[in-house]
Design a protein around this ligand. Structure first.
Ligand code: ATP
Ligand code: MG
Length: 800
C-alpha cells in the first residue's frame, strides 16, 4: 500500500531509497562526493518523523558545521511541512555543550562554564609553560598545546598518559606536570577547552551511567554526517550513546568515589539507539586534527550486523569534472576503488590558467567571474578556493578594485580580534565569575593603572581566602593597594555588578531578549572602553569601534532569533562559530574560502587557485606520513564542489612571507587526463614561446620554467597592498579603512561620459555610476581592456 513517506522517496535511486527506509540498528552509507549522502540523511530523518516512528526529540543528528546543521533542520522542516522543534541537529561540539550545561554540576563545574577557544587555551598554556620553566625542556606553548589536544582526542588524561610515558625522560615528566596543571586551571576557572567538550562528555557518561542513560533513553535515532572526519573521542561518544539502556550501569569510580548502583527498573535488554553514519573515506581531510578513517573502515566490526549501502550515482557534477576527480583520487593507494558516474553528460571542459604572478592569477579569476556573471551565473553560485588563508589577500585586492562583491567564509577571524575578545571577556566575567583569565584580560582595559603587581596581589588574596578572583575584586579595601588603584578596582566591580543585574536576572525571571546587546553596550560604555578608543588618534581604533558595533549587531540578531536566549546561550553560540559559519549573508556575493572549509558545499562554478607544488600538496605535508595522500583528498574535495564549471589556476611566481618564489605546477594537475582540460594560458605560454600542456609538465620537471623575463607583468604586480585582510570582506567597511597613504579618491565626482585613466587598464569612458558614498562604483568601458567596474574611492584612476 502507499506509504506516508512516498513523496519523500520520489526521485531517489534504489540504493538511496534503501538508505532512507532501512530500519535496522546500524546503517553505514559509504559513497563518493555528491552522491546524495547528506540528502539521504535528511530524508531519513523526515521519513522517521512523517511515519511517526520517532518524535523530534528522539533524534540526534550530527553535522560538521553549525551552518550545515541549520540547513539540515530547514530541509527537514520543509520536507515534513511542520516544525521539528526538539530535534537536536548540531555539531558534536554544540551537542556536548548542551549536555554539559545540564550536567556540569555532577562533576565540579557549574552550568555557566566558559568555553576556551584555542587562543584562550594557548594563553593559559603559555603562562603555565613560563611558570614551570618548561621551555628549557623544549616544550613550547604551541607544541604543548597540540600534544595535549591530541591526547584529549584520544581520551587520554595526564594520569593515563603518565602510565604509558617514559618517565625517565625529564621532558616527559615536565609535560605531564603541565598537562595536569592545565587541567586543574581549567577546572578552577570553571572552563572547558574545545577538546574537553567532547572528551569530558564521554568521561561523564562513563562515570555516571545514570546520566548516560538519560540520553540513551532520549535519543532513539542517531545520525552522523561526514563520519570519515570523526576522531576517537567523537567515536567513543557515539558508542556510549548507542549502548543499550542500563548497560553501563555497573558502578564505576571517578576520582576514587563509587557512584550509583544499577537501577533494577531499567531493562538492560532494551536495544540501543539506531545509528546511521554517512561518509566518504576519500574526503577525510582532518587527520591532522586526529580524525581517524578507521572509524569508517571498522564500522562493520564495531556494529555487527550493520547494513552497508553504497551510492555511486553522482547528482552534482558534470562527467568531465567527475572524471578529473576520479583520475586524481585513484592515485591514492590503499583505498577501495569506487567509480562515480553521472547521467548529465560531459559538460564544459575544465579550464586551466597560469598567471605570471598571484595578482595576474587573481585578475584572471576576477575577469572570468565577470564573464560568468554577464552570462547569467549568480555571484552566490561562484566560489574561489585556496589552500591557505594568506592566499586570499591577492584575490581580495583585485576583487575590491573590480568592485566584485565577495565574502570570505571563515567567521572565526572576527572573533579572534583583540577588541572582540575584550568585549567577550567582559561578558564572560559577568557570566562566570570563576574565570580568572577573562578578568585578567579586562582588568586593565582600558588602562586604569592596575598593573601586574596588583593583579598578582588580587590573585593571591583570592587563593588565600578561597574565593573567586571576582569576589576578591569586590573586596578591594582588603587588598592593601593604594587609594587610586582601589577606587579603579571598585569602579570595575560596580560596572560588572550592574551588567550582571541586567543580564542575569534572579532565578525564575527571564532577561529581556535585548539584554545581551544592551549589556555589551553598558560594559563598553561604563568601563570607559569605548571612550578610550574614541580618544585615540590611531586610525585602527576607529575600525575597532566599528567591529564592536558589529558585535552589538550580532547580539541583536541573536535576540531576534532566540527570544528566550540567555547570556550563556549567546556566549556558547559565539564560542562555537567555526570556519564555515559566516557572520553575514553570502547571497549576492562570490564566496572565498579554504578547501577545508568547502567540505559538503556545492557551487555552479568553482575556481581552485594556487594549484602549485608546496601549496597543494602543501609544503608542511610533504614530510608527514600520509601527508601527500591527505592533500590529494583535499584537492579531491575542492574539485568535487563544482557543478558545471571548474577552473584550475596557478601562478609562476608567488610572493609569500615577504619573498618571491618560483612556483611549480602541482603534481595533481598531471594526474588529470589532458583531454579534460583546456589551457587558457599554460605554463608553457607564459614563457612566451607558445606551448601546450605537456610543456607545463616539462616545466614541472624543471625544464625551462624560470624564464619569466619575456612575459613581464600584465597587471598588478606593483599594486600597493590596499588594505589589511578583513574578516567580513565587506566592501563598505573595507573601503572606509583604506590607509590614508594609499589611493583615496575621496569625493571624486564622476558622471557618465567622463573620460578617465586607470593605472593598469589605460584610458576609458564612464558609462554609468551606481551606489553611494564609499560604495560608489563606476562602470567604465576601457579602450583596450573592455568593460570594468571600479570602486571609485580607491581605484587607481584619474579624471581626464
Ligand atoms: P558530499 O560528499 O560533497 O558531502 P553528498 O554525498 O552529501 O556530497 P549531497 O550534497 O547530498 O551529496 O547531494 C549532492 C547534490 O545532488 C545535491 O544538490 C542534491 O540535491 C542532489 N541529489 C542527491 N540525490 C539526488 C537525486 N536522487 N536526484 C536528484 N538530485 C539529487
Ligand atoms: Mg554531504
Amino acid at each position: 500500500g502507499p506509504r506516508a513517506d512516498d513523496d519523500l522517496l520520489a526521485g531517489l535511486n534504489p540504493p538511496q531509497r534503501e538508505a532512507v527506509t532501512y530500519r535496522g540498528q546500524a546503517l553505514l552509507i559509504v559513497a563518493g562526493a555528491g552522491s546524495g549522502k547528506t540528502s539521504v540523511l535528511t530524508r531519513r530523518i523526515a521519513s522517521l518523523l512523517r511515519n511517526r516512528e520517532a518524535w523530534p526529540s528522539q533524534i540526534l543528528a550530527i553535522t560538521f558545521t553549525n551552518k550545515a546543521a541549520g540547513e539540515m533542520r530547514e530541509r527537514v522542516e520543509h520536507l515534513i511541512g511542520d516544525s521539528a522543534r526538539g530535534m537536536w541537529i548540531s555539531t558534536f561540539h554544540s551537542a556536548c555543550v548542551r549536555i554539559l550545561r545540564r550536567e556540569a554540576e555532577q562533576f565540579g563545574f557549574t552550568k555557566s562554564f566558559t568555553i576556551y577557544d584555542s587562543g584562550d587555551s594557548r594563553a593559559l598554556i603559555k603562562r603555565l609553560v613560563k611558570e614551570h620553566e618548561a621551555d628549557a625542556f623544549g616544550l613550547t606553548p604551541a607544541a604543548t598545546q597540540s600534544k595535549i589536544s591530541k591526547l584529549k582526542n584520544e581520551l587520554s588524561d595526564a594520569e593515563s598518559y603518565a602510565r604509558s610515558a617514559n618517565m625517565a625522560d625529564p621532558a616527559e615528566r615536565v609535560f605531564i606536570e603541565l598537562f595536569g596543571a592545565y587541567q586543574r586551571e581549567l577546572q578552577r576557572a570553571n572552563a572547558f577547552d574545545f577538546d574537553d567538550l567532547i572528551a569530558q562528555t564521554v568521561f561523564l557518561f562513563r562515570a555516571f551511567p545514570k546520566v548516560a542513560d538519560v540520553y540513551r533513553r532520549r535519543f532513539r535515532h542517531i545520525l552522523v554526517d561526514e563520519y570519515q572526519d570523526t576522531n576517537h573521542a567523537q567515536y567513543a561518544l557515539i558508542h556510549e550513546l548507542t549502548r543499550p539502556i542500563g548497560s553501563g550501569a555497573e558502578p564505576q569510580s571517578m576520582g576514587g568515589m563509587m557512584i550509583f548502583e544499577p537501577d533494577p527498573a531499567d531493562d538492560p535488554d532494551r536495544a540501543g539507539a539506531s545509528l546511521t553514519v554517512v561518509g566518504d573515506s576519500d574526503q577525510s581531510i582532518y587527520a591532522f586534527r586526529g580524525a581517524d578513517i578507521r572509524n569508517i573502515s571498522e564500522f562493520e566490526r564495531d556494529y555487527p550486523g550493520a547494513k552497508v549501502v553504497l551510492l555511486e550515482q553522482n547528482y552534482r557534477s558534470t562527467q568531465n569534472i567527475l572524471s578529473a576527480a576520479n583520475a586524481v583520487i585513484s592515485n591514492n593507494f590503499d583505498r577501495k576503488d569506487k567509480k562515480l558516474w553521472t547521467d548529465v553528460g560531459a559538460g564544459e571542459q575544465i579550464v586551466g590558467f597560469t598567471g605570471y604572478s598571484q595578482h595576474d592569477e587573481a585578475q584572471f579569476v576576477a575577469d572570468e567571474i565577470e564573464t560568468l556573471h554577464r552570462g547569467g551565473v549568480d555571484y552566490s553560485q561562484i566560489a574561489v578556493f585556496y589552500r591557505t588563508n594568506s592566499q586570499s589577500r591577492a584575490l581580495e585586492e583585485i576583487f575590491i578594485r573590480s568592485a566584485l562583491p565577495y565574502k570570505i567564509m571563515g567567521g572565526t577571524k572576527f572573533y579572534e580580534r583583540a577588541e572582540i575578545k575584550d568585549a567577550l571577556a567582559y561578558l564572560v566575567a559577568v557570566a562566570n565569575p570563576a574565570d580568572e583569565m577573562a578578568l585578567r584580560r579586562i582588568i586593565n582595559k582600558p588602562r586604569r593603572g592596575i598593573g601586574d603587581v596588583t593583579v598578582e596581589a588580587i590573585s593571591r588574596y583570592a587563593q588565600d581566602e578561597g574565593i573567586t578572583f571576582r569576589d576578591a575584586l569586590a573586596n578591594s579595601s582588603a587588598l592593601g593597594v593604594g587609594p587610586k588603584i582601589q577606587s579603579a578596582i571598585a569602579h570595575l566591580d560596580a560596572v560588572l555588578a550592574e551588567a550582571s543585574e541586567l543580564m542575569l536576572p534572579a532565578s525564575g525571571e527571564l532577561a529581556p531578549p535585548t539584554a545581551v546587546a544592551e549589556g555589551v553596550q553598558l560594559l563598553l560604555n561604563k568601563s570607559g572602553y569605548y571612550d578610550a578608543l574614541r580618544a585615540s588618534k590611531d586610525a585602527q581604533d576607529e575600525a575597532r569601534i566599528e567591529n564592536l558595533d558589529e558585535l552589538v549587531a550580532v547580539a541583536r540578531e541573536f535576540a531576534r532569533n532566540n527570544p528566550d536566549g540567555t547570556l550563556l546561550d549567546f556566549l556558547t553560540e559565539v564560542a562555537l562559530v567555526s570556519d564555515a559559519d559566516d557572520l553575514e549573508d553570502a547571497s549576492g556575493s562570490v564566496s572565498l574560502m579554504t578547501m577545508h572549509t568547502a567540505k559538503g558545499l556545492e557551487y555552479d562554478a568553482v575556481f581552485v587557485t594556487g594549484v602549485e607544488e608546496d601549496l597543494i600538496p602543501h609544503r608542511i605535508s610533504a614530510g608527514e606520513p600520509g601527508g601527500p595522500q591527505e592533500e590529494r583528498r583535499l584537492f579531491y574535495v575542492g574539485i568535487t564542489r563544482a557543478r558545471k564549471r571548474l577552473y584550475l589556476s596557478l601562478a609562476m611566481t608567488r610572493a609569500q612571507f615577504g619573498e618571491v618564489t618560483v612556483a611549480m605546477p602541482s603534481r595533481f594537475l598531471q594526474e588529470i587526463p589532458s583531454e579534460l582540460l583546456t589551457w587558457r594560458q599554460s605554463p608553457g605560454d607564459v614563457n612566451s614561446r607558445g606551448g601546450t600542456q605537456s610543456r607545463a609538465l616539462n616545466a614541472r620537471r624543471g625544464a625551462g620554467f624560470g624564464g619569466s623575463g619575456g612575459g613581464g607583468t600584465r597587471y598588478g604586480d606593483d599594486l600597493v597592498p590596499l588594505a589589511r585582510r578583513e574578516p567580513s570582506g565587506n566592501l563598505e567597511r573595507f573601503a572606509n579603512k583604506i590607509p590614508a597613504k594609499v589611493r583615496d579618491n575621496g569625493d571624486m565626482q564622476l558622471a557618465p561620459g567622463d573620460r578617465i585613466r586607470h593605472d593598469d587598464f589605460g584610458e576609458g569612458r564612464v558609462d554609468a555610476v551606481t551606489g553611494e558614498g564609499a560604495k560608489r562604483v563606476a562602470h567604465v568601458r576601457f579602450d583596450s581592456a573592455g568593460p570594468k567596474k571600479l570602486l571609485i574611492k580607491i581605484a587607481p584612476i584619474e579624471k581626464l
